[in-house]
Design a protein around this ligand. Structure first.
Ligand SMILES: Cc1cc2nc3c(=O)[nH]c(=O)nc-3n(C[C@H](O)[C@H](O)[C@H](O)COP(=O)(O)OP(=O)(O)OC[C@H]3O[C@@H](n4cnc5c(N)ncnc54)[C@H](O)[C@@H]3O)c2cc1C
Length: 538
């Protein structure tokens, strides 16, 4: 039996990133993926005959530029283009806000001159916090734990450097950072703006993938989390990967393979193999054993520790915390094949104008988003849901037949688990109809243009993509599950509680989104440990 230096559970984009870095460092690596395709939630698939789309994650910004450069993703075929407008927020009664480079302030002024004047200052402060986050995403957080004096000193130094970095912020920026980590998005935005559509523009980023009202304390952080990205050097811009999100993970897989990484699909891991307290490989669903010096898990930590590691090998307090790891995004995802572009009452036309290339947000106020959340808590889904529609075929002619289009409908809020023991299997189509009817209210004729659809409830996100609770981030992005507490205090440095077991997925710092950061950081921890091990042997 062949022994590897590292085996990776899952070929999501983070598993692939981790594998590529390990391969580049000369390690012999095997990646095991349960699906028949690599990419996890970042994939392109044909969902209706002749129509392909990024069927889960659908837009790119957070992917780290260092990861892009180190893995030579552009060389491996990745091309990212910018949207011609960033966002379009129509109202059912015919008004709209369009956020597009050079035009946003003028459009905001249609509703409030005061907001237009404050917009620049708001962005400046958000940028200062986003810049800080950008610096932190590729570093392991200080690991708060009892450890040997030498290790503890190292962590204290790291915490000191972090504190020192905070000290370099102006008082105003430090206060904003504190607001963004603690306040609700609504409280934060209400303190700046009066226009409902403008607040909804930012509020959407706070509730996306986050099963919460924008009035819930802590939601401002999720807004910040969506602000640390960039496209082709332009900060906080969102764009499109030609060929869909699968183009990112195909390029990652190509990079990994070029460094000797073996990737096996259709290979579900059943169990982490542990000997003498150390992870030494994995057991597959078909009973095969793959042995390795280290195991890196790209899966949600709750899945890892409650289903793949024998419970008697874990400390009781740690296991209790992993059982309590909060997962559940409140997300419902539809891919639609369209015979034509939608025409919005607020800005009619089917010509493929700039707003058709943007993230089209159907949720005109923070109050609307709050009601969507309250509904979902009570009924299982919102009677008036929050929807972002993206039509990538307006920027990419590889996805749909000529003249036709594909759109992603990213819908919130639905309950990850339906109340009263009801199953998503019985309500999937009914809720999909509601989502499409909702778009119809803004763009009459949309419903009849739908020629095919793929519907993914939270249950489907779990069953198809292995996302526990349908959680798109592998665990809620709340202060108790972030930074040095992701996935638990004492294990924030990508090293798990068992020797040789590492976390390389979004359940580790800095969390979810197509970033490549957890994969990058975990690889660096593994490489450092492997070098130490080799040095000890010499
Ligand atoms: C509907 C949806 C929309 C989103 N939209 C965006 C977006 O537009 N932009 C953005 O940046 N982010 C978006 N996200 C979030 C982002 O896609 C995820 O946070 C990110 O892709 C997670 O990457 P990962 O590599 O950490 O994990 P995953 O992509 O979840 O990969 C984990 C891998 O492990 C595999 N696996 C699971 N169990 C096993 C097993 N037993 N054995 C072997 N393999 C296993 C899975 O099949 C999967 O391939 C979205 C996510 C979803 C679901």
């Amino acid at each position: 039996m062949q022994t590897y230096d590292a085996v990776i559970i899952g070929a999501g984009h983070n598993g692939l990133t981790c594998a590529a870095y390990l391969g580049m460092a000369g390690l012999k690596v095997k990646v095991l993926e349960r699906r028949s395709v690599v990419g996890g939630a970042a994939v392109t698939e044909e969902f209706h005959r002749g129509f392909r789309n990024s069927v889960a994650a659908y837009t790119v910004s957070l992917l780290n530029p260092k990861v892009i450069a180190d893995l030579r993703l552009f060389h491996h075929g990745l091309k990212i283009v910018e949207r011609r407008a960033q966002n379009f927020l129509p109202t059912p009664d015919g008004q709209y806000l369009l956020a597009a480079e050079g035009h946003t302030e003028r459009n905001i002024a249609k509703f409030s001159r005061a907001d237009a004047e404050r917009y620049h200052a708001f962005n400046r402060q958000l940028d200062a916090s986003a810049d800080l986050l950008r610096e932190l995403v590729l570093q392991a957080p200080p690991n708060l734990t009892r450890a040997s004096t030498l290790q503890a000193l190292g962590e204290l130094l790291k915490a000191g450097r972090f504190g020192n970095r905070l000290r370099r912020l102006s008082t105003e920026n430090l206060r904003t950072l504190y607001d963004l980590f603690t306040k609700s998005a609504a409280d934060h935005l209400d303190g700046w703006f009066e226009g409902e559509l403008l607040k909804a523009l930012f509020g959407f980023d706070a509730v996306v993938g986050n099963y919460a009202s924008p009035y819930t304390p802590g939601t401002a952080y999720v807004l910040l989390h969506h602000a640390f990205g960039e496209v082709n050097g332009k900060k906080r811009v969102w764009g499109h990967a030609i060929g869909g999100m699968g183009a990112i993970t195909q390029a990652m897989a190509a990079c990994a393979a070029s460094h000797g990484v073996e990737i096996e699909t259709g290979a579900a891991v059943r169990e982490v193999l542990v000997e003498k307290g150390r992870a030494v490989g994995v057991v597959l669903g078909d009973g095969r054993v793959v042995r390795a010096n280290v195991v890196a898990a790209n899966v949600n930590p709750k899945l890892l520790y409650t289903a793949m590691v024998p419970p008697d090998l874990l400390d009781a307090d740690f296991l209790r915390r992993m059982k309590g790891w909060r997962c559940g995004s409140g997300t419902f995802r539809i891919n639609v094949a369209l015979s034509q572009l939608p025409s919005f009452t607020a800005l009619p036309g089917r010509e493929g104008a700039d707003h058709h290339t943007s993230g089209i947000i159907l949720a005109p106020s923070l109050g609307y988003m709050d009601r969507a959340y309250c509904d979902a808590r009570m009924l299982g889904w919102s009677r008036e849901p929050i929807i972002e529609m993206l039509i990538p075929s307006t920027l990419d002619d590889t996805l749909a037949p000529r003249g036709a289009h594909v759109a992603s409908l990213f819908c919130q809020h639905v309950a990850p688990q339906l109340p009263e023991g009801r199953s998503w299997s019985d309500h999937r189509e009914e809720v999909a109809d509601l989502m499409i009817d909702t778009v119809e209210r803004y763009a009459p004729g949309f419903k009849s243009s739908v020629v095919g659809r793929q519907v993914l409830s939270p249950l489907d996100l779990e069953q198809v993509f292995g996302l526990t609770g349908g959680d798109i981030f592998h665990g809620a992005l709340t202060l108790d599950q972030l930074f040095w507490a992701r996935p638990a205090l004492g294990y924030a440095d990508y090293r798990g509680p068992l020797k040789g077991l590492y976390h390389c997925g979004s359940g580790a710092h800095p969390g979810g989104g197509v970033t490549g950061a957890p994969g990058h950081n975990a690889a660096h921890a593994i490489i450092a440990d492997q070098r130490r091990r080799l040095n000890r042997r010499r």
